[in-house]
Design a protein around this ligand. Sequence first.
Ligand code: NAD
Ligand code: UDP
Length: 338
Amino acid sequence: MQKIIVTGGCGYIGSHTTVALQNAGYNVVIFDNLANSRIDTLDRIAEITGTRPDFEHVDCTDTNAIQNAFAKNSDAIGVIHFAALKAVGESVQKPIEYYKNNLISLLNILEQMSAFDIKNIVFSSSATVYGTPDTLPVTEQTPLQPATSPYGQTKVMAETIIRDAVAANSNLRAVLLRYFNPIGAHPSGKIGELPNGVPNNLMPYITQVAAGIREKLNIFGNDYETRDGFCIRDYIDVNDLADAHVAAMRYMEQMQNGTAIFNLGTGRGLSVMELVNAFEHATGVKIKYEITSRRPGDVPAIWACADLAKEKLGWVAKTDLSDTMKSAWRWQQNISEK
Ligand code: NAD
Ligand code: UDP
């Protein structure tokens, strides 16, 4: 079985991707420091797939520890690099921590890939690199704009670092995946997103209101120049996103050297209110909300053109929105019980 190193594999997207990789026949070893995840995720993955992924409790910023972890897994054919800090607001308060964690991790990974001649890297980038786009939907050719937070800037810088590393090393291939807004959970309800404290993101806030943990949803602005006045995003099911990583790994096995970039979204923009309505419709649970002022830094509207991923990776987002709402709610109910 081909082995893949998954950094940050105990986290939200990494755990779903580990499930997808194992189901596709890959052998997964997770590198994670558990900064934003829990060790029992490994058992949950085993309950879903029948196989507990191998695990290295390692901080990707620790050069020696990462070197040792790579030495033990030098037979890996590739790395999927999720490990990063991801809270936009926190990154404004703690820029050094964010640059250090996200960039030193990446540099260590690239250095060890080169040392052990591991050729393929898939990197978790984000739609945040497009800033406020001039045209919609955004394609991979849409010009990048200056990031509005240190977190976003780590993604812009990481993309550049990877491109430069690939240009200098004819043995290296990279796929940069620009995620739009991942939501939902595994249909089993066994793995999902574990927000730390008050959620910043819309979907976990909605499910926490539904569970009675928060009194009401604050909707940040209804006076945008969009079809209903609310912000528009491209919400993508996390299981679909996970599948795209399997497709990317397969693609890299036959790809020429270089860096490929793919948007991962549904191609459909939904407003905040449309998402709230979809949740209520799918689950039968009403969401109390209040319209408040705009959140600084929010982009009025962004959604993906994901045609390139369809053409090159043979991948499309296929999960029905109501199934995504149900899985998010199932997961919330499971964690609320604990
Ligand atoms: P997450 O916080 O759930 O998972 C990240 C994992 O990385 C966690 O398990 C954490 O413990 C681990 N980690 C962090 N720093 C580490 C380090 N130095 N060494 C080892 N492990 C470390 O986040 P997620 O939502 O699964 O995001 C995964 C990736 O996707 C991140 O790179 C994130 O920036 C990117 N991304 C996420 C979203 C989103 O909305 N969730 C959108 C776009 C891009
Ligand atoms: N949003 C909201 N209330 C919340 C959280 C988010 O109205 O409590 C809105 C936010 O203004 C944005 C959309 O939901 O328009 C998605 O926000 P999220 O933070 O989930 O993703 P991102 O801003 O990264 O696209």
